[in-house]
Design a protein around this ligand. Structure first.
Ligand SMILES: NC(=O)c1ccc[n+]([C@@H]2O[C@H](COP(=O)([O-])OP(=O)(O)OC[C@H]3O[C@@H](n4cnc5c(N)ncnc54)[C@H](OP(=O)(O)O)[C@@H]3O)[C@@H](O)[C@H]2O)c1
Length: 290
């Protein structure tokens, strides 16, 4: 199987790159901007045909939630039109797609974990454009699934864990939002899930039983609790102070609750979901080796 990973220099793409040698029955192609732009249909078409790609894991996205509020057109282009381009080409070659989406498609008003049938209602541009991308996949005839995930972090790229450690080493106190709850996800765990789904015999399940799946680590936590655990595991003395979302300056509205129910992905693909603190520990160890 020939697997193309788009947006491969980001958090998830980099983790897939690290794991790929364990899936040595497949050939991997890792591409990112400027060499492969998912918004460029001709470039995509040429690449997928030339390399006879069977599957794409689309890690390319406009992920800056704050900037998306101001750059709606770019966010829409990458998160929705780019996905449509992938589907157009994959349809021609009868290829498969794993598209990654987000907990930000929900408005956060629910108080129990969101499953795949719960109604979406994105409250920001990022979530709206990611939802548009999901709909492109759901309405296509391509053998594809969408995996929604939440609060992604990794030893690669920019993320909450690395920001907290960087600031925590400089400051004595940090204020962190305590009234938004969700579940962190180690991108390495999600990378393994994507590869297991594509490379196992399960791959024929890919278009049955609905195209949407939820995956995050296990547990429920606020950003405040998450920050405390990061400092504790790394032995950083910085004091974390709880604040309310309304006191945190931001142009972006974020869901107050976005815990994902993982029952479907666990049952359909026999996936084990790690507890968030265990995965965080693993990432902190990986970071300490860098
Ligand atoms: N980060 C989170 O907390 C989070 C939470 C839930 C879901 N997700 C979803 O998870 C997936 C992976 O996220 P991530 O955190 O790994 O993202 P990331 O680190 O921001 O990586 C995205 C990569 O895509 C590249 N890219 C942007 N536009 C592109 C284009 N037109 N063509 C090809 N590549 C392009 C980016 O390049 P540049 O850096 O040069 O733009 C970057 O290397 C995304 O679908 C995201 O929406 C993320």
């Amino acid at each position: 199987m020939k697997i193309l990973v788009t947006g491969s220099n980001g958090q998830l793409g980099s983790e897939i790159k690290d794991l790929a040698n364990k899936y040595n029955e497949s050939d991997f192609f890792f591409r990112d901007l400027p060499n492969l732009d998912i918004c460029d249909l001709d470039q995509l078409n040429k690449f997928i045909h030339t390399h006879m790609i069977d599957c794409v894991i689309n890690c390319a996205a406009y992920t800056d939630v704050e900037k998306a509020e101001l750059n709606t057109e770019s966010a829409e282009n990458i998160n929705s039109n780019g996905v449509l381009n992938l589907l157009k080409v994959l349809k021609k070659v009868n290829g498969k797609l794993i598209q990654i989406s987000t907990d930000y498609v929900f408005d956060g008003k629910q108080t129990h974990p969101y499953n795949e049938l719960d109604p979406v209602n994105p409250i920001g541009v990022y979530g709206k454009t990611k939802r548009e991308g999901e709909l492109k996949v759901i309405n296509s005839e391509v053998d594809a699934i969408v995996i929604r995930t939440s609060w992604l972090y990794s030893s690669y790229g920019e993320n909450f864990v690395k920001t907290m450690l960087r600031l925590g080493l400089k400051k004595k106190e940090l204020s962190v939002v305590s009234d938004q709850q969700g579940t962190p996800t180690y991108a390495k765990d999600l990378a393994k899930v994507c590869l297991d789904i594509l490379c196992s015999e399960n791959q024929k399940i890919i278009s049955e039983n609905g195209k949407l799946y939820h995956y995050s680590n296990d547990g429920v936590v606020s950003w405040f609790e998450f920050a405390n655990e990061i400092m504790k595991l790394r032995g950083v003395k910085c004091k974390i102070l709880p604040i309310l979302s309304r006191d945190y300056p931001s142009i972006t509205k974020r869901p107050h609750y976005s815990v994902l129910d993982k029952t479907k992905i666990k049952e359909d693909f026999n996936i084990r979901v790690a507890y968030w603190k265990d995965s965080l520990k693993e990432c902190i160890i990986a970071l300490s080796k860098n």
